[in-house]
Design a protein around this ligand. Structure first.
Ligand code: MN
Length: 200
């Protein structure tokens, strides 16, 4: 069940001169590997907690899983998102090209926004072109701390709003009671339908 570091889909020097071989070796073999190891460790610790019933460190390990899980998922997309320059096309084609024109006006406008958004990310982070299933559209996102946006690529199945506005009138500061009672009103058929849809 452990996560594994996916191999690069090309040699380490394949993206030269735009990304150098040494950077690729460090980035893939050291940095991405650390995310994989960190995710495996966090998931093992969470499994131990479920077994023992001791959830004292659940916040810590949930954050670790989000940080390393997001890093693993995003890097796993990043490597195959690239190709040696000699084989790269100058712009997308087909349905993706049409969706980019619908969403951003033109490929040039998309490129301008993606470029500006990526340059504007403070510190470590990502520029991301994403598909939004809710209205079948494309959006550009930036992530300054990828763990704050949890594990990229996942599909939410069951969500619980724990902002105070969701429970304060009835429960005041007793969030634990609200969370406990949530289990009395979950529509498991809806959750199951989302699970089936996500897998199809
Ligand atoms: Mn990286």
């Amino acid at each position: 069940m452990a996560h594994e570091l996916p191999p690069l889909p090309y040699p380490y020097d394949a993206l030269e001169p735009y990304i150098d071989e040494q950077t690729m070796r460090l980035h893939h073999d050291i940095h991405h590997k650390a995310y994989v190891d960190g995710l495996n460790n966090a998931e093992a610790k969470l499994a131990e907690a479920r077994k023992s019933g001791d959830f004292a460190l659940v916040k810590h390990w949930s954050r670790e899983a989000a940080f390393h899980g997001s890093g693993h998922l995003l890097h796993s997309i990043f490597w195959p998102n690239m190709i040696p320059a000699s084989q790269a096309k100058p712009a997308p084609e087909g349905a993706l090209a049409a969706a980019i024109e619908r969403g951003f006006g033109s490929f040039e406008a998309f490129k301008a926004q993606f470029t500006a958004a990526s340059i504007a990310v403070e510190g470590s982070g990502w520029g991301i072109l994403a598909y939004r299933p809710a209205d079948d559209s494309l959006v550009i996102l930036t992530a300054e701390k990828h763990q704050n946006l949890t594990q990229w690529g996942v599909v939410p199945l069951l969500v619980l709003d724990v902002w105070e506005h969701a429970y304060y009138l009835r429960y005041q500061n007793r969030r634990a009671e609200y969370v406990k009672n949530f289990f009395n009103i979950i529509n498991w058929d809806d959750v199951a339908a989302r699970y089936e849809k996500a897998r199809s």
